[in-house]
Design a protein. Sequence first.
Length: 221
Amino acid sequence: MIVLSKRLKCIYDMVPNTVVADIGADHGKLIISLADNKRIVKGYAVENKKGPYNRLLKAVINSGLEDEVIPLLSDGLADLPPTVKTIILAGLGGHTIIDILRKDIEKLHRIDTIIIDAHTANKAVREFVCQNGYVIAEEKMVKEDNIFYEIIKFIRAGRAIYSDEDFEFGPILSEEKSALFKEKCQERIKEIDSILEKNNLPQQRIQQLLSEKQRIRNKLS
């Protein structure tokens, strides 16, 4: 039985019962676990490099789920069949995720759900996905190995109106104000204070940091 990390378990709980593709599936733990527990109709696991793909293929064979999970040696969304309705992009940088989606943007019209765990640039990710026909349906924050992860579920729906700060902090995360959200905000304030103690910062950078600090405080109040 596969034991998922807190981060992967959070993603697992967001996945709808559809045909799912995990882009950058690594060892396939998430997609294999979803298939093994009958949480999805069918799964595709995508890797774009031979080494990771071979490890993924071996994991799928060892699981005995070759009919339920199809490994693909492919680049992003390029070879996904039209039956795929949910895509997962986890463990990648935000700008890499945006590049993957932009490269095959025409294929998004048939994707109902996008679940993203971006390790950087969450603001840019939220903005890009929402500008392309999706709204934010769910957000969760997970802390693992002293790193905060924001897991975001987008669904294709009518256009929603979001502010710049919604994209920065997450409309649901900043509304719910969980203990982890507050902890992350407090840690960022400490980082900003530490940076501001340096004497050689340009004035523009100082103003950017002070502005960010005030925005964080506003979200905590």
